[in-house]
Design a binder for this molecule. Structure first.
Ligand SMILES: Cc1cc2nc3c(=O)[nH]c(=O)nc-3n(C[C@H](O)[C@H](O)[C@H](O)COP(=O)(O)OP(=O)(O)OC[C@H]3O[C@@H](n4cnc5c(N)ncnc54)[C@H](O)[C@@H]3O)c2cc1C
Length: 460
């Protein structure tokens, strides 16, 4: 993607058509689809030293929640050299994969596959932390300032920016001071594996949060504890340990058709809809629920109940250290009562939130009524006043594009939409229809938008 003239001595010298910030799956999909596009000069900067996908939760045996076809490219271009099947071919593992009959591959394998792609794309630059993106009036382009840790601060210029900076762990306010205290045994599940050994040997552990991460951490700890002395507690604010929606028509809410429909809804309707759809992205996979129940059932065969407490509808309202233990004050969401629990360690599986753009992006962002950045149909931030270049977002537009924004099944599609917009032509042909369901009274088919630097509109 980058001609040798664009990189000199590791530095980006010539102005670029596209700079991607962050190399998670979203921007890696874009880098993979951009590879080989004639005359397109693109570079992608990632602060980590190499590709890593949620390393703190890479628990053995955990799988993707989507079929392997949701790799970086296949749902747009299955013949790409960067497909998951191309990876298996290169590793000479196609026959074992064929006999394994696995639609959902291990997370560890997905991580290895993405790293394999990232190693081969010359546009991917690791160990590059981007500090700011601003408009350089004199150059008529975006200026991207970044640090590499080895040399002076650096700057490059680009006509288009794609922010793929992902999400950051969310810590509930009552527990924040304990997570920030290096001596308190309270951590976010994003750091689980680094603390797994001490957690396994802790006397009593509490997991907070009823999503997939909470379930996986609870199961992993349960399997490691002696029968009858499990000493485990699992608290959740939700009314039940509920399964993730996984019906075939329900999943059509993760299609481009639904994304377009959601985008056209008024802001107030979108804001009402998103929390109501929590089971599409916050529930637990049916397999993990079954594995937990099987493990508990096996432990009860001799007639004793395992020493575990699974308690939904319970919120942690205050927390503190008491004699080296963690005191959790909990409130029951339905009964209204309160109780105090002492535990030896706490794992917060309390989710993630989009990383804020402020601080990184020094640009005139148009905002909606709630102060969130406006994003147009092609995933561009709306700038007011408009500039002669575009800033796209990947996975920062749930409020405008719906539950599909973080979903791996849509990353190839969204990357292709962005590429088509940047290149002002259909580099990748995208189907006009992707769901059997008709969302809304008039189906909104996909049409590549004409190139425009005045990003008018944004979701209404
Ligand atoms: C444990 C876990 C499992 C998941 N499993 C699934 C699944 O099975 N199916 C599914 O559909 N979704 C899944 N998701 C949701 C979603 O797909 C993932 O969160 C996915 O990683 C999102 O990709 P991303 O590229 O947007 O962000 P990320 O993967 O978070 O990558 C963002 C990258 O940007 C880098 N970065 C941030 N700021 C800067 C900066 N200033 N300069 C340089 N680099 C920067 C970060 O270091 C990071 O590497 C899962 C999420 C989690 C947490």
């Amino acid at each position: 993607v980058l001609s040798p003239a664009s990189f000199r001595g590791g530095r980006v010298t010539a102005p670029l058509d596209l700079v991607g910030i962050g190399i998670g799956p979203a921007n890696l999909a874009l880098a993979a689809l951009a590879d080989g596009v004639p005359a397109l000069r693109a570079a992608f900067f990632e602060q980590r030293s190499e590709f890593r996908w949620h390393p703190g939760l890479m628990i053995e045996g955990t799988t993707l929640q989507v079929p392997f076809l949701a790799d970086l490219v296949s749902l747009v271009e299955p013949t790409s050299p960067w497909s998951f099947l191309a990876f298996l071919k290169q590793r000479r593992r196609l026959f074992p994969f064929y006999f394994a009959e696995r639609l959902r591959v291990d997370r560890a394998e997905y991580d290895t596959y993405c790293r394999w792609v990232s190693h081969q794309l010359s546009s991917c630059r690791f160990g590059h932390h981007v500090d700011t993106v601003a408009w350089d009036r004199a150059a008529g382009m975006f200026a991207v300032d970044y640090t590499t840790g080895t040399e002076d601060d650096r700057r490059c210029h680009a006509r288009n920016i794609v922010l793929g900076i992902g999400t950051a762990p969310v810590v509930p306010e009552p527990l924040r001071h304990l997570v920030e205290d290096p001596w308190a045994p309270v951590l976010h599940s994003a750091d689980y594996l680094a603390h797994r050994a001490p957690l396994r040997s802790s006397g009593d552990v509490t997991v907070v949060g009823s999503g997939q991460s909470g379930a996986e951490v609870f199961l992993d700890l349960l399997r490691s504890r002696p029968e009858g002395q499990e000493g485990l507690r699992w608290l959740a604010r939700t009314p039940a340990f509920a399964p993730m929606e996984h019906s075939k028509l329900g999943l059509e809410q993760f299609t481009p058709d639904y994304m377009r429909y959601f985008f056209r809804l008024p802001e107030t309707v979108r804001d009402r809809l998103l929390p109501a759809q929590w089971q599409l992205y916050k529930g637990i996979s049916a397999e993990t629920i079954a594995d937990i129940h099987d493990e508990l059932y096996r432990r009860s065969l001799e007639g004793c109940w395992p020493d575990v407490r699974l308690q939904p509808a319970t919120e942690v309202v205050a927390a503190d250290l008491v004699d080296g233990r963690v005191a959790l004050d909990v409130a029951h969401v339905q009964q209204g009562g309160r109780a105090r629990t002492l535990t030896d360690a706490v794992v917060l599986a309390t989710g993630y939130a989009e990383r804020p753009l402020d601080g990184l992006v020094d640009l005139p962002l148009a905002r909606d009524r709630a102060g969130r950045p406006l994003v147009d149909a092609d995933h561009r931030l709306v700038l007011d006043p408009p500039l002669a270049g575009s800033v796209f977002v990947q996975n920062a537009e749930r409020h405008t594009h719906g539950v599909g924004a973080p979903d791996l099944g849509l990353i190839a599609w969204r990357a292709a939409v962005i590429l088509n917009t940047v290149c002002d032509r259909a580099v990748y042909e995208l189907p006009a229809r992707t769901a059997f369901t008709t969302f809304g009274l008039e189906a909104g088919a996909y049409q590549p938008s004409p190139r425009t630097t005045t990003t008018s509109g944004g979701a209404p």
